[in-house]
Ligand binder design. Sequence first.
Ligand code: SF4
Ligand code: SF4
Length: 333
Amino acid sequence: MGFALTTEQFDAFLAGLARDYDIYAPKRLAGKGAFSGTDLIAYAPVQSLAEIVFDRKTFYSPKEILLPISQTLFYFTEEAYREPQQQQRPVIIFLRPCDVHAVKRLDQIYLHNGDQADPYYRERREKVKFFVMECTEGFDSCFCVSMGTNRTGEYAVFLRLEADRVLCDARPEFTPALAAYGREAPFTPAFIEQNKISVKTPEKIAPAVYGHPLWSEYDSRCIACGRCNVCCPTCTCFTMQDIFYEDNPRCGERRRVWAGCMIDGFTDLAGGHSFRNKYGERMRFKALHKVYDFKKRFGDHMCVGCGRCDDVCPEYISFSRIINRLAEVSDDE
Ligand code: SF4
Ligand code: SF4
């Protein structure tokens, strides 16, 4: 059902929701950018429409709300262990269609990848509602249309920001609240139909792809900083860390902490062994995982075409270009 709210009415709607939900949205964090004097657009709690950034893409994705960068799984002593009590309130996340698809990729890994769902992820995920921000222009590095992630129907509320009002399409759960603050108005969500960048994903991978010289270019261009991993809404890898307390080393906690396939140490094994030491080999692994292996196993590509990895790479390495090169090489074989 459609509604129209003035910006003041929408702020009142948000204030009402804040009684029951923590609300996260893209926000400008002053002075937090990578370079001095620059701002960072990232997910943070918001209380008003004016705080929500609609005209920029976030550097980090909403993934960190569902999957904290560092999460304590349990505390331990010599005799016992105890899981932390989860006290998180229900959460509303303002996000774009591609990021809704990205959360579905996280669901695939953490909820549907085997017999057991991950209880830590499930607990957070069950409390999340999506407020989708209409996205009809996209940004320079986006390729969501090629990846089929430009549209979504999975939202509690879909909203379009206009000059002095907000148009919303709401599922029944939120229609009473919207009706209390705004008025009914016809509204059909729109989606982006064309990006500046398009990619072609490979249908099959020829054996020659594995040793192809295209990857060696990244041995020297990539610096293994891992920015492309941490900004990616669909990277799901973590490592385990046991922390022993200084004042009582017999007690501690086990944490899982984000890890990434481009970062040194990711493949270290007992005995000093390590795989994919060359950065080009890591790039090959990441590319095949994002646009081949995952689809083969689960039916959708892991990459949702958000373009964040292109935006953040300090070496200007373009992942969309890599996908196209991979497809060219595969099709030539
Ligand atoms: S475009 Fe890059 S950051 Fe975005 S989902 Fe694909 S691999 Fe991840
Ligand atoms: S962000 Fe760029 S330089 Fe850093 S690991 Fe990724 S591809 Fe390599």
